[in-house]
Structure formats: structure tokens, C-alpha cells
Design a protein around this ligand. Structure first.
Ligand code: C5P
Length: 229
């Protein structure tokens, strides 16, 4: 069995306020995307890598586009243009994955420091028979649901909650069918769950945090400095 990976990197990253799309913001001189791609390239049984980039930056082999400098795409990797929302970007990426892959992972470029073993745990769970697998961590805060006025409508038992990360992995045909259904979500697993499939949570890692704010970028820089990268 072989693995295809879609790295979604087409978000604007307006909360980061950096002037370039988030995946191309530099961390120790290289774009966030470069770190994510480096890890993906080390994955065993990797057959297909698709990077989904913003429309304006979807032609990296055009040497005139400096935002790609520092990204080392594995040979055979494909770059496609993303869409307005993450769902559109994932759908575009999925359409470009080698059809002979039986497991597909979808990974946020913004989770650029996700360790390789998180990828391996996700692949392993799908190989063992789950329709999908996502990395998650226990939730430390109590979480409330609220209505439009801010009135609390529920307090789920914290022990039953997980904060989920990426890469999220699925049997390829299950994810393709879920995306073909026209449902939309910020999370790939949610689509697959709604189609009635069992998706499991495997152990995530605090290093798989999503770079969203300038503070997150600083944290990533400190972690890289500590790792000597
Ligand atoms: O915006 P957010 O941080 O949730 O984005 C998560 C990931 O999805 C990022 O890596 C971002 O580049 C990607 N994305 C995308 N296309 C969009 C929106 C987000 O590829 N339209």
C-alpha cells in the first residue's frame, strides 16, 4: 500500500499580518511550508505529494517567484492552486493525488513542526482498518457550548474531548467520496464522520500546533533554535 499527502498551504494567514500567505512566512530563513514538506518527504511508502498553494503562487518552477525559495519539493511533487476556503483547497489537492495511493493524508502547512512519528501513527491506524485517523490531545480547559447571546447551552465532559491536529489520514476512496458529497467543514474528519464512517483519534503532539498568530511564530522560532535547525 502507498501513501499520498496533500499539504494545504493556500490560506491567506491574515491573523498573522505578515504580508505574504501564511505558509510562505519565513522561519529561520525558510517558509513554514518548507519544514512541513521536509517531514512529509521522510514518510515511508510515500508515492504522491500535492502542495496546494495560493493561486498567485501556484507556479513555483517560475524562478521569478521568490516566495518558494527554500522549499525542497520531493521529485514528482505536484503544485495546484487552492480555493477560497480550506474545503475548496483540499478538494483541489485530492483531485491531484495519484489514484493508486490507498491512504491519503491531509496536512496543514501551518502545522510546520509536526514530528514524523505523528504521521506514522495516523498511517498505521488507517492500515489497521480505520476509515480515518486524526491526531489529538486531551483538552486542558473546560469547554462550553454557547448560543448567539453567549448563554451556556452545555458543558461536555472534558475527559471525552480531544483537540485535533493534522495530518488527518483516510482510506483514499472514503475521503474522495466525502468530498464528492458537497458537504463543507474546517476539518476533514468531520466530513468523513458525517458520511457514517469510523474515524479514530491517535496520539497527537504539542509540536503539531498550528501557527496562527505572531506569538505562535515566535514559539516556532524558539523551538527550531533549540533543535539547532
Ligand atoms: O486558516 P487556517 O489556519 O485554519 O488554515 C489551516 C491550513 O489550511 C493552512 O495550512 C492554510 O494554508 C490552509 N488553507 C488553504 N486554503 C484556504 C484556507 C486555508 O489551503 N482557503
Amino acid at each position: 500500500g502507498s501513501v499520498g499527502v496533500v499539504v494545504v498551504a493556500a490560506g491567506s494567514g491574515s491573523r498573522l499580518g505578515a504580508g505574504v500567505p501564511k505558509a510562505f512566512v519565513r522561519l529561520h530563513g525558510r517558509p513554514l511550508l518548507a519544514y512541513a514538506v521536509d517531514t512529509v518527504a521522510r514518510l515511508p511508502h510515500l508515492r504522491s505529494v500535492v502542495v496546494v498553494a495560493p493561486l498567485d503562487h501556484a507556479a513555483p518552477r517560475d524562478a521569478a517567484d521568490p516566495v518558494w525559495e527554500g522549499v525542497e519539493l520531493p521529485s514528482g511533487a505536484v503544485v495546484v492552486a487552492g480555493g477560497a476556503e480550506r474545503t475548496d483547497s483540499v478538494a483541489a489537492g485530492l483531485a491531484a493525488v495519484d489514484a493508486t495511493c490507498d491512504v491519503v493524508l491531509v496536512h496543514d502547512a501551518a502545522r510546520c513542526l509536526t514530528p514524523l512519528d505523528v504521521f506514522e501513527r495516523v498511517v498505521e491506524a488507517v492500515r489497521r482498518g480505520a476509515a480515518g485517523a486524526v491526531p489529538g490531545l486531551p483538552v486542558v480547559d473546560t469547554v462550553k457550548s454557547v448560543d448567539a447571546e453567549g448563554v451556556i447551552t452545555g458543558t461536555p465532559d472534558r475527559a471525552s474531548l480531544r483537540a485535533v491536529q493534522t495530518p488527518q489520514g483516510f482510506r483514499r476512496e472514503v475521503l474522495a467520496t466525502a468530498y464528492g458529497s458537497g458537504l463543507r467543514a474546517t476539518d476533514d474528519a468531520a466530513l468523513v464522520e458525517r458520511c457514517g464512517h469510523h474515524v479514530v483519534v491517535v496520539a497527537g503532539d504539542p509540536l503539531a500546533f498550528k501557527v496562527t498568530t505572531p506569538d505562535d511564530l515566535e514559539r516556532a522560532e524558539r523551538l527550531l533554535a533549540r533543535a539547532g535547525r
